[in-house]
Design a protein around this ligand. Structure first.
Ligand SMILES: [Zn+2]
Ligand SMILES: [Zn+2]
Length: 757
């Protein structure tokens, strides 16, 4: 055969299906005058390619270094084949082999599709389901892999002749776009009220008049209303039975976002990324209804991410509607997001005045993601739509494992080989509906990744529903119990790719986690590796009276802390005044006898106590509300000094204790002297940051990184202060950028800890 030709077979693994990979291969091959074929297989994309050796080399280079924007190349395996001398290049059908490919997350509408949507000359002008190879639904419409239309909910729609032609034309930007659709053949909108030939105009009118609209989105239904209409937002809160927890808002474009929030370059990039998360941003100059995010200095903002959203805001020439919409998941507080049409028919009538729906089924529920920007870097708060199920690299290959996470902000995760996959946000496992949502998400994750877990990992908490599920479902397989704060630290270590022999000084600060001594931990300094940990120091135990009651009423934690610190309950102290005298009598009895109390070292509860002592908040309506408000007040205040914790050496071998007593005494003195709550908050934040530095110096070893994790590090002010102070002292600091520091990232840490055992 011809010596100046070569032929080889390339097996490309990674996120290579549903991201325009085959069209990319086709056009690259055409450009380099190579012949052969490309096909999907459940192991990845298989390329059979032939041509001049230099062109073949160039081809592999481009695959490796210039793949389509949404692709993630895990590996390229090459094997030589005898030259055949074929002509042309074609895209072959999908073969069903063994192995694994990775599904893509849902992708926000791209600029090209947005342009066609508004172009009266385009045949998809105003088509609510416009998408292409680079954008559209993926994760939420895929039943199983390989990713082909017949395995998605688009199987319900037969392509029309023109769509089919685009789908099969390698030169077309919809070449092999599985959800391809047009007004002739695609899904159609429907509107629940009366017959209308323009559901969008009717929906917009409803919003303009102060109504509450349910909108079927990508991963579920949203409830929408005009975010500038005080009555509409109040009505939405009443119907959802939601107290103070902030609502996110959606706007059509970056310019509108810039009126309601302050957006710098880093924030702008995340806001308009293909993931389009809800971004927590400082408020801008234009006010919204107070009920959108009461008491909160930040605003959760997202850009419209589907063509339907863009149309809902209206195109040029449409009668105006609200330009800022509250967009909140359509459910009652705590319930899983509503996503099936049957469920919508049951649950939405009491919540919404009308439903803007359509007939493309959502197969997998997926909430919006939430992100914060701290010092120009991304801090995930909720990793869900747009991110799930992108794989996370593992530092060491893992046996097939499933980790079930925690009972709040639950996510689950599977691992196999060099990758882990974290599920979408599932929610708080406090009812049967969430447990069912968990089971469905776990099954789907196994289906999409092909992982068949040989072992399980769960939190050591004996009362967690997630852990109980793991033990119930394990059968003969081992279940590894992983201590809560160890899992947090393992998660941040794994995210940074630390090797299996690494150790860190782990600062794990959160609200609640089950400790090895059965106390509630949450203010922990650990010497940790993946394999295990040693508790170096912790916040001194105080009795948490009446469990959850003290989480909902921070004044109770304030009183418990005062009692432990030997500070009298003077009526002049805001927390004491906030506690009814009957309750105070019961409380003192509990604290003195230990009746109904659990010892806790929780940093989250200490934030609550300080917020109450500073008079910021005595009762909370949602998790971390007191700490969030304290952070908001403290943010722009410069404390000329910090309060000081005392570190008490251990008697014997045990951990050191960190006493907050001097901090509490100073907080009370400041509050009684009329010092502003923002300044008290700033001094307290500085104190916690200094504590972290002290702990790292005292307990850490030279050269050992300091790892920060746990829900308390969602606090941007604290995270930023601690990171800067540690860096100033020469410490290498690792913090979260890819998985949340809160319990939403716990499953990833559990996988890593279990893998090391
Ligand atoms: Zn597109
Ligand atoms: Zn069509």
């Amino acid at each position: 055969m011809n010596a100046d030709r070569g032929r080889c077979r390339l097996l490309v693994r990674g996120v290579v299906q549903g991201v325009g990979f085959r069209p990319f291969v086709y056009s690259t091959a055409a450009e380099l005058a190579l012949t052969g074929s490309v096909s999907n297989d459940s192991a990845g994309v298989i390329i059979d390619i032939e041509g001049a050796p230099a062109a073949l080399r160039e081809f592999t280079e481009r695959l490796r270094h210039r793949p389509p924007p949404l692709a993630v190349i895990e590996s390229i395996e090459r094997s030589e084949l005898p030259v055949r001398g074929g002509t042309g290049f074609h895209i072959a059908g999908t073969t069903r082999g063994s192995g694994r490919t990775l599904a893509s997350p849902d992708v926000a509408i791209c600029a090209d599709c947005a342009r066609e949507l508004t172009d009266p000359a385009d045949r998809r002008y105003r088509h609510p389901f416009i998408n292409c190879t680079n954008c559209g639904p993926r994760f939420t419409i895929i039943a199983s892999l390989p990713y082909d239309r017949d395995r998605t909910s688009m199987a319900d729609f037969a392509m029309c002749r023109r769509c089919a032609r685009e789908y099969h034309d390698p030169a077309d930007r919809r070449f092999h776009a599985q959800p391809i659709a047009c007004p002739d053949c695609g899904p159609a909108l429907d509107y629940s009220i009366a017959d209308t030939d323009d559901p969008l105009a009717a929906a917009r009118k409803m919003l303009r008049e102060g109504g509450i609209l349910a909108v079927k989105g990508i991963g579920g239904y949203h409830l929408a209303c005009d975010a500038t209409d005080e009555d509409a937002v109040a009505l939405l809160r009443a119907r959802k039975r939601r107290g103070d927890k902030p609502f996110a808002v959606m706007v059509a474009d970056r310019a509108t976002a810039g009126t309601i929030a302050r957006i710098d370059g880093d924030a702008a990039a995340i806001l308009s990324s293909p993931q389009r998360p809800i971004l927590l941003l400082p408020r801008g100059t234009r006010p919204l209804a107070a009920a959108v995010a009461p008491g909160n200095r930040d605003l959760g903002v997202m850009l419209a991410y589907t063509p339907l959203h863009l149309l809902l805001f209206g195109l040029p020439g449409d009668p105006p509607g609200p330009d800022v919409l509250v967009m909140t998941s359509a459910n009652l507080g705590g319930e899983p997001i509503c996503y099936t049409d049957d469920d919508a028919a049951q649950r939405l009538p009491e919540l919404a005045d009308a439903v803007l729906g359509h007939n493309r089924r959502i197969l997998v529920p997926c909430d919006d993601s939430v992100v914060r920007v701290v010092d120009g870097e991304e801090l995930p708060i909720r990793r869900s739509r747009g991110y799930a199920p992108l794989p996370l690299a593992l530092p060491t290959p893992a046996a097939p494992t499933v980790a079930v996470g925690a009972d709040v902000k639950n996510t689950c995760a599977v691992a196999d080989g060099r990758y882990a996959w974290l599920s979408q946000h599932i929610g708080d496992m406090d009812d049967l509906a969430t447990l069912h949502a968990f089971e469905a998400a776990e099954r789907h994750l196994e289906e999409l990744t092909g992982v068949r877990p040989q072992r399980l990992a769960a939190d050591a908490h004996p009362g967690y529903r997630s852990s109980a599920w793991a033990h119930r479902s394990a059968g003969e397989r081992p279940v590894h119990s992983v201590q809560h704060h160890h899992a947090h630290i393992a998660a941040v270590m794994g995210e940074h790719g630390l090797p299996d022999t690494a150790t860190v000084t782990g600062i794990a600060f959160d609200g609640t986690g089950f400790g090895t001594d059965r106390a509630i931990w949450g203010g922990e300094v650990l010497a940790a590796g993946y394999k295990g940990f040693r508790r170096l120091a912790h916040l001194a135990y105080v009795p948490q009276p009446g469990g959850d009651a003290s989480v909902h009423r921070p004044y109770r934690m304030a009183l418990a802390h005062l009692h432990a610190a030997g500070i009298d309950w003077s009526e002049a102290i805001a927390s004491v005044a906030a506690c009814p005298s009957d309750e105070r009598r019961v409380l003192i009895h509990q604290l003195e006898t230990g009746l109904g109390c659990v010892p806790t070292s929780s940093m989250g509860r200490l934030f609550d106590a300080v917020a109450s002592l500073a008079g910021v908040r005595h009762r909370v309506d949602y998790e971390a509300q007191a700490a969030i408000e304290l952070e908001g007040l403290a943010r722009d205040v410069t404390p000329e000094h910090a309060y000081r914790f005392a570190i008490i050496d251990p008697d014997a071998d045990g951990p050191a204790r960190i006493s907050p007593a001097p901090v509490l005494a100073a907080v009370v003195a400041d509050a009684l002297a009329g010092v502003d709550a923002g300044l008290i908050g700033a001094r307290f934040h500085a104190a916690v940051a200094e504590l972290i530095v002290d702990a790292a110096r005292r307990f850490g070893e030279p050269g050992v990184p300091v790892a920060l994790s746990g829900g308390v590090f969602q606090n941007a002010l604290l995270l930023s202060l601690a990171r800067h102070r540690l860096a100033e002292k020469g410490f290498h600091v690792i913090t979260h950028h890819r998985v949340p520091p809160n319990d939403g990232g716990l499953a990833f840490g559990q996988l890593l800890a279990a893998g090391a055992q």
